[in-house]
Ligand binder design. Sequence first.
Ligand code: PLP
Length: 365
Amino acid sequence: MNFKSIANSFVCDVPVYEPGRPIEEVARELGLKPAGIIKLASNENALGPSPQAVAAMRAALPTAHLYPDGGAFYLRQALAKKLGVGMDNLIIGCGSNEIIEFLYHAFVAPGDEVVAGDRAFVIYKIMAQMFQARCVEVPFRGHTHDLNAMRAAITAKTKLVFVANPNNPTGTQVSNAALARFIRSLPPHVIGVLDEAYVEFLDDPPPSLEWALRRRVVVLRTFSKIVGLAGLRIGYGIAQPDCIALLQKVRQPFNVNAIALAGARAALGDTAHIRRTKAMTRQGLRYLYRELDRLNLEYVPSCANFVLVRVGEGDRVFQALQERGVIVRPMRGYKMPEWIRVTVGLPAANRRFARALAAALISVG
Ligand SMILES: *Cc1c(COP(=O)(O)O)cnc(C)c1O
């Protein structure tokens, strides 16, 4: 009996998302001890979760038998205050990835189109297939979004256009002026989706909240990166109230769990942890650039907490690093087979990566 014969054909064709490999999985496969492995593969925060978030989550455990507040009142209240927006401008998701799905549910029908860069975050494209929409992939230019070409790719069928800023996996930021022009140029039937998963790492962020409050723009943010809560799965979207009301309709009543809500709310107030994360990231990037220069490797200067490095045979270097207990991300899935992406870690992890990379390059030859 095969289930494929009775499944929705568009589901059979959905490509599988390849996440960064978990430490335990690599340990089992290679017969290594988990403690000896470092993961620099998913842009997680090497400092760990905000300590204030951990305390708040502990405090939330005894009431875990109660359903969470599906409306996320207190988290939206805290976010509204911090961002200077209204509570009705905010929706909370099980990761910002879930909000991407809400956008498709609310706005994209079979046969519609979305526009995204060909080296932008792959989830936009995978999701398009799940909703029987066509993703028009616009080639990157100089490792970043080609906003003019993306504007030109918009048709009468286009519903969403995605700009990840900074982008994953390239780590690049589009210029604020170019982005402002792009947003102003969008026709009224198109929603500009600004994925700002790494925005907190920017020195000169765009005025994206002003756009979210006044234009057909949805801004996506997450607790997975700078505050170090990727394991909780919680993120948010910012847009005009009538857009948020539609997104609220398509979410499950309890899409975000109570522990995550408590942790995220506490993390918002932990500015010391955010400051430490930024400092560690900046310092780590400087160290990695120096080591990559010494190895004569090309890399893309990053505005986020990871860096894209041209190593030649990306898959083989990825394997060789893994055998040395260092997990990074191969970039074949982004059609960049010569590149790997490495997340900035703590100083000792960065040193270990640099040493392992030098040895891996020799072993791959
Ligand atoms: C990590 C990341 C996210 C965050 O996803 P979550 O579902 O919030 O964990 C979103 N967009 C991009 C581009 C990312 O790299």
